[in-house]
Design a binder for this molecule. Structure first.
Ligand code: 5RP
Length: 225
């Protein structure tokens, strides 16, 4: 049985497809909401829609191939027409926390090179203030313990991400720290400060990168500009 939350994710993803035009090169985000997007795009490609996509994770690449979406990469494309991605938290200024799936660096690169970014989510992802979801921060493996010390000096309690009993390694060969801050009052300042730390590759704070959010709940999918 598909749970309500999955129905909302599907509704948001299918609404976003209305912004896809023939001939577009798309940034394909990551996560279970994006799964529904890929499924719908695959069906449209079957019916003749001409698009190409750049996947932002290996999991997305696998799904895109399964659904028959033609893929390309940055050796062929300078700028994407539209990127559609999920999020872990969205604040009222459209600042985001992402990286729950561990693909934050590729997601950020894909979204940064798109003319337009649409975020799709179920309504539970919209929050008054970021911070309930632990902030993923990608760090290099070498001396990771010392990078933890520096990050914890900002008031976070951080945990090295582990999956299936193994330390999680990102698509780029790095570790992910999940950093619990009590709340993130100024996401832009925190992002800039963390980025300056030696050992930090990227943070899961996506600042000023979102043009439109599509949220879905019991009343259907709603576009917020
Ligand atoms: C992965 C991400 C995802 O977009 C985010 O975790 C949302 O995932 P889901 O759609 O499964 O809730 O940032 O790194």
């Amino acid at each position: 049985m598909v749970e309500n939350q999955d129905l909302y994710k599907k509704a948001a993803a299918e609404k976003a497809v209305e912004y896809v035009e023939d001939g577009m090169v798309l940034g394909l985000g990551s996560g279970t909401t994006v799964y529904w997007l890929l499924k719908r795009l695959g069906a449209l490609v079957d019916q003749g829609l001409n698009i190409k996509g750049i996947p932002s994770s290996l999991r997305t690449e696998g799904w895109a191939k399964e659904f028959g979406i033609p893929l390309t990469d940055f050796s062929e494309v300078e700028q994407l027409d539209l990127a559609i991605d999920g999020a872990d938290e969205i604040d009222p200024d459209f600042q985001l926390t992402k990286g729950g799936g561990g693909s934050l660096v590729r997601e950020k690169l894909v979204n940064a090179h798109a003319k337009q970014v649409i975020i799709i989510a179920d309504q539970s992802k919209m929050v008054a203030c970021l911070g309930s979801f632990a902030l993923p921060v990608e760090i290099v493996q070498f001396a990771w313990q010392r990078t933890v010390d520096k990050i914890e000096a900002f008031g976070a309690k951080s945990v090295l991400r582990v999956r299936d009993g193994e330390v999680f390694v990102s698509n780029n060969g790095n570790y992910i720290l999940d950093c619990a801050f009590e709340s993130i009052e100024d996401p832009k300042v925190l992002h800039n400060e963390l980025k300056l730390l030696l050992g930090v590759v990227e943070t899961g704070l996506f600042i000023d990168m979102t043009d439109r959010v599509i949220l879905a709940g019991p009343g259907g999918a709603q576009v917020i500009n």
